[in-house]
Design a protein around this ligand. Structure first.
Ligand code: GLP
Length: 267
């Protein structure tokens, strides 16, 4: 796990955007795994700017979002589908026919089950995710894999915890409007991505980040499953890194790694 501690949220967005750009410039038909929430917004703005200035073209890229609420219409202002179209897909010139989110408009249980299986199949048929962007919930969830999720789980319907519903209530008119269920990629699904970049900013994420990086591997902290993945970069601002016990070591490793990557000597 590469832990990168940056000065502020703006630098986190800059680093995340440049990892995505490198991926798409290297492979224009990349498959990206995308996240929603407040954290990746600044990264998406940078990707939009890069597309508008001609640095990159996204029209051959295929995307799979991590999750979607169950029970909102597709054009509901708080659906993740609406968020992605508005914040990234339309302004950055993605081909909408290549952009996938689970369909949470279905309500019958059997239909939801079929949708989860079909989402897994579509990811597989695309050749798998090259680069997955992740955020982290204050309770240590990734996507909507709440504490207690199987570390081998696949795309399925999950009930949201009260903590998550409260955290996400800021996007809705009233806390009661936050859906109780979501379709989410499983932890096993996420771990199959070839490369993972997790972003966390702000002091409210510090405890979860500590558990992700330094805690034991446990289903009680779904993000800790990333310890099992060989290509994870964790991009943090100073506040999100504030609970880390081995901060000095991560900074030391990062100094060596960036010197080597830019063709320099071992410092
Ligand atoms: C939601 C999403 C997650 C996201 C998390 C954190 O629950 N399903 O994918 O990582 O919120 O969101 P934020 O970035 O707004 O803190």
């Amino acid at each position: 796990m590469r832990v990168v501690i940056l000065e502020n949220a703006d630098q986190v967005a800059g680093r995340a955007a440049s990892l995505v750009l490198q991926q798409v410039q290297r492979k224009p038909d990349s498959v990206l795994g995308l996240a929603t929430g407040g954290t990746p917004l600044a990264t998406y703005r940078r990707l939009v700017d890069a597309a508008r200035s001609g640095q990159v073209a996204f029209h051959q890229v295929t995307t799979f979002n991590l999750d979607e609420y169950v029970g909102l219409t597709a054009d509901h202002p708080q659906s993740y589908r609406t968020y992605m179209r508005k914040e990234l897909f339309e302004p950055a010139g993605f081909d909408l026919s290549r952009c996938h989110l689970p369909d949470g408009t279905r309500v019958a249980w059997e239909e939801l089950q079929r949708e989860c299986q079909s989402y897994e199949r579509q990811i597989r048929e695309s050749g798998g995710i090259d680069l997955q962007i992740l955020g982290i919930g204050t309770d240590g969830h990734i996507a909507f894999n709440e504490p207690g999720s199987s570390l081998a789980s696949r795309t399925r319907v999950k009930a949201l915890t009260e903590q998550t519903r409260q955290d996400n209530a800021r996007f809705f008119a009233s806390p009661d409007d936050v859906p109780k269920l979501a379709i989410t990629m499983g932890i096993g699904t996420i771990l199959e991505a070839r490369q993972i970049v997790l972003l966390a900013t702000g002091g409210q994420k510090a405890k979860a980040v500590h558990a992700l990086v330094e805690g034991p591997l446990t289903a009680q902290v779904p993000a800790s499953a990333l310890q099992m993945h060989p290509q994870v970069t964790v991009l943090l601002d100073v506040e999100a890194a504030s609970w880390l016990a081995r901060k000095d070591y991560y900074q030391h490793v990062e100094a060596i790694q960036s010197a080597l990557e830019s063709g320099g000597q071992i410092p």
